[in-house]
Write a protein that binds this ligand. Structure first.
Ligand code: SD4
Length: 322
């Protein structure tokens, strides 16, 4: 049995309480909520997102409010080239955005391939809360957003357009993640009651094929939250993450008692086993267990993540493959 299981409150396998909880819970134990909230976000810009999420929680907001408004800070930064409307366009010159949220109870909302809205993560939340659906895409998602009070914003950033125009001269279509286009933001949070939520938002890969959607808005790939176990999110080449249902994989391993960092490592390893040429790719996972334990692991060096807890806000470097 993993050492850390000792931190779990064990339930007996018989009796009324045992009968009232699902069988896996009896097997794995019940996780004790952390003494104070824990918030994690991908990459350096995660620090700003974490500060906002922490403020939301301190002001009495719930954990879903925290992860939505946390990443919205990064969406609103028009200097960010990988999230929100400041992101690099697809190969046809359109900036298309993907985002999703999932809450403690597994409710989920998602939008993909949307243009002209500053905060796709807020639309994703509204899809979750106001529709019987999980995912809306493209023109239908945009129409639904307009009808539901989200204001369109049409902006052109001359510098970004100029870079794209320059790219069109060579049209070196390289659907790989490099230093310029890998900084999707995913945010995971647990509060002191043990309530979990997560969010993920991105402009996807620079110069992608028009219509391409990555892992970020796909529940189970870019994000997965299970209130009884924990949450995970992913960053990097979305195609690699989708193929192994990456975030779901990480959470399911934690359900089996695997430590958060090790769960992330095993997901990366699974990707490595299935692909030959990963030289130009990056993939990173972030995991938060329901008791506040957390971890991260990436394919290659350079994946940073922000942590906020009782000890304050800080940036850490993930462990990575050799
Ligand atoms: C995607 N995962 O669209 C995203 C890309 C990214 O950090 O930037 N991830 O595939």
């Amino acid at each position: 049995m993993p050492l850390d299981r000792r931190r779990f409150l064990r339930l007996g396998s018989t009796g009324a309480l045992a009968a009232a909880v699902p069988s896996w819970t009896r097997a794995a134990g019940i996780l004790v909520p952390p003494a104070s909230p824990v918030v994690l976000s991908t990459w350096d810009h995660g620090l700003a997102a974490n500060r906002k999420a922490w403020q939301v929680l301190s002001d009495g907001g719930n954990v879903l409010d925290a992860v939505v408004e946390g990443v919205a800070v990064v969406e609103n930064d028009l200097g960010n080239r990988t999230v929100g409307q400041g992101g690099r366009p697809d190969r046809d010159g359109h900036v298309t955005l993907d985002a999703c949220v999932q809450d403690h109870d597994g409710r989920a909302g998602s939008v993909a391939f949307v243009e002209h809205f500053p905060n796709p993560v807020r639309i994703a939340r509204a899809v979750m809360e106001r529709t019987p659906h999980v995912m809306l895409v493209g023109e239908g998602a945009e129409r639904w957003a307009r009808e539901n009070g989200f204001a369109e914003r049409r902006i052109t950033l001359p510098g970004v357009q100029a870079e794209w125009k320059e790219w069109t001269v060579q049209k070196a279509y390289q659907p790989v993640v490099n230093i310029e286009n890998h900084d999707t933001i995913g945010q995971l949070a647990v509060d002191a009651r043990g309530r979990l939520a997560g969010s993920c938002t991105t402009s996807g890969m620079a110069y992608k094929v028009h219509g391409r959607v990555g892992d970020s808005p796909i529940i189970g790939a870019g994000l997965f939250v299970d209130g009884e176990v924990g949450a995970a999110c992913a960053t990097g080449t979305g195609e690699l993450v989708i193929r192994i249902a990456g975030s779901h994989t990480v959470v399911e391993m934690m359900r089996q008692g695997v430590e958060p960092t090790e769960a992330c490592r095993q997901a990366v390893e699974r990707i490595v086993r299935r692909h030959r040429d990963l030289d130009r790719h990056q993939v990173g996972f972030l995991a938060l267990r329901a008791d506040g334990a957390f971890g991260a692991f990436s394919l290659r060096q350079g994946f940073t993540f922000a942590v906020s807890d009782a000890a304050g806000h800080r940036l850490l470097a993930s462990e990575h493959m050799g």
